[in-house]
Each structure stands twice: as structure tokens, then as C-alpha cells.
Design a protein around this ligand. Structure first.
Ligand code: IPD
Ligand code: CA
Ligand code: CA
Length: 270
């Protein structure tokens, strides 16, 4: 089964790259190893680039006809119908500050135009040595345990994760959403990395997670892991599902199925 094979590949790559960055972090020089990208708060370190290089080289060796899109610049068209979406360090700010919430996120997607294009994914958190994996139609897994999302139906006791963009304009809007939601839920969490947040929904450590303006490499692996664990996913209108073409960025609400409609009402229009 191609999905399982791709999941195992994603898992092996994520673990190798994550361990490389984890060890490398000890030698990180904040003055020389960090650059900024879209804004002064959007950073890239030497280890984001090294992690992506390792993943790209490994994919090219194992599956030379596959496409690759990496956050740090990898761009290669697919000849096989499979492409890889790579976030070499999701949670770079945490990585830089020595906080645990960062991960390597890798997804294999069917880019021949079929809906629900994510075939397999892996999210590896080196600080806790947790490797979350999923294959489409085969469930989501952590250390041999099949994951099931929360069964909560009560928003008042729901623990909800979210994240914020690097654009201050967008943050102002995100602040309004959070302000509206906060009085109605148990509490809010901001891990600092979208892929782990999605995995936490898969494992019931969060009842829900939402964020706007995510990129495909933030979303693809974690979203498959969450939905394979039974979570419900949509954009903020609830009408159209999260982009069926996973190469498009999007707004996402992922939650325990019975919380979804009420959470949509609460976070919906700003
Ligand atoms: C970011 C993290 C963060 C989320 C941002 C992402 P990066 O990814 O996932 O939690 O709130 O939207 O851009 O830049 O650390 O890979
Ligand atoms: Ca990211
Ligand atoms: Ca990143």
C-alpha cells in the first residue's frame, strides 16, 4: 500500500532531520545563524535550512521522480504524481528560544488533482521524541498507539489551541477572534507550532485548534493526522472544507466533531 510506504518514509525523514536540528541547536549562534523573512518576527535559522537540505536529499535519493515544496525554498515539480510538503522546523521561534514546541512536518500529497490529496504524513517533536504519523484510510498513530480525538460536546470545558501570523495586521484580527472565544471555553493554548497543535487535537490533548493563513507545509501532515484520528476539519465558513487542493494555504478549524458547529459560530466572522 502506497500510503503506508509513504508514511514510513515521511517518518524516517522527519526523525533524521529533527534529530539533526536538535543536536545542532546546541551550537546555534543567535548573532550569525538567524535571518528574517517576511517580517522581523519571521525567522529562519541555519538549522531550518540544514533540516530541509537533508530531507530534500533523502527524498531525491529514495524517490527521484517526486515533487518537493519546502518552506525554505525547495521547489521541484513531480513526475510521479506524488509531491512532498516539507516544514523543516515548524515552530522556529520556540527552537530559537529553547522551548520544546517545535517539530519537523512532512507530508506526501497526491498532486494529480484528486480531492483530499494528502496520502501520508509525519510530525516529529525532537524535544519529547514523539513521532506522530498517519496514512490516509489507515488511522493516526503515536508510538504504536492508534490516536482518537476528544469526544467532548461541551465548549465551556473545551481547551482550544490557536496560533498567530507574522503579519501584524492579521494578528490584530486574530486577537479579535481570540477575545470573542475566550469567555466561552475552558482556556486557550498557544503552543507556537501548528503541526504539533494539530497532533494534540488528534491525541485529545486539545479539544480543538484553529488558525488563519496557514501554509500548506504547516497544515498537510498534521491535518491528516487529526482527521485520521476522527477530528472534524473545515475552514471558518464551515461550508467549504479545508482546501481539497492541499497546495493552497488556508484557515482551519479542527475539532472534536461535536464541538465544531458551536466553535465555528464563536470564531466565525470578525
Ligand atoms: C509557524 C508556527 C506558528 C504558527 C504560524 C506558523 P514556522 O510556523 O506554526 O505556530 O502560528 O502561523 O507560520 O514559521 O515556525 O514554521
Ligand atoms: Ca510552520
Ligand atoms: Ca518552518
Amino acid at each position: 500500500m502506497i500510503e503506508i510506504e509513504l508514511m514510513n518514509t515521511a517518518a524516517a525523514l522527519a526523525r533524521r532531520a529533527g534529530d539533526l536540528a536538535f543536536v545542532g541547536r546546541a551550537t546555534l549562534d543567535r548573532a550569525n545563524d538567524v535571518d528574517t523573512k517576511s517580517t522581523a518576527t519571521d525567522m529562519v535559522t541555519r538549522w531550518d535550512s540544514a533540516s530541509e537540505r537533508l530531507i530534500v536529499a533523502d527524498i531525491e535519493r529514495r524517490r527521484p521522480d517526486d515533487g518537493i515544496i519546502g518552506e525554505e525554498g525547495a521547489a521541484k515539480a513531480s513526475r510521479s504524481g506524488v509531491s512532498w510538503l516539507v516544514d523543516p522546523i515548524d515552530g522556529t521561534t520556540n527552537f530559537l528560544y529553547g522551548l520544546a514546541g517545535w517539530a519537523v512536518s512532512i507530508a506526501a500529497v497526491d498532486d494529480t488533482g484528486t480531492p483530499d490529496g494528502t496520502l501520508a504524513g509525519a510530525v516529529y517533536l525532537p524535544a519529547t521524541r514523539e513521532l506522530f504519523v498517519a496514512a490516509r484510510g489507515h488511522g493516526a498513530w503515536l508510538a504504536g498507539r492508534r490516536l482518537t480525538c476528544s469526544s467532548s460536546d461541551d465548549t465551556a470545558t473545551a481547551l482550544v489551541g490557536t496560533g498567530f501570523s507574522y503579519s501584524s495586521e492579521r494578528r490584530a484580527q486574530q486577537g479579535q477572534r481570540v477575545a470573542r472565544l475566550l469567555p466561552h471555553v475552558r482556556d486557550i493554548r498557544r503552543t507556537g507550532a501548528a503541526a504539533p497543535d494539530l497532533c494534540y487535537v488528534a491525541d485529545g490533548r486539545l479539544d480543538a485548534y484553529f488558525e488563519e493563513g496557514l501554509q500548506a507545509w504547516d497544515l498537510a501532515a498534521g491535518l491528516l493526522i487529526a482527521t485520521e484520528a476522527g477530528a472534524h476539519a473545515s475552514d471558518f465558513t464551515g461550508g467549504s472544507p479545508v482546501p481539497s487542493n492541499v497546495l493552497v494555504s488556508g484557515n482551519v478549524l479542527v475539532s472534536a466533531p461535536r464541538l465544531h458547529d458551536r466553535l465555528l459560530e464563536l470564531i466565525g466572522p470578525v
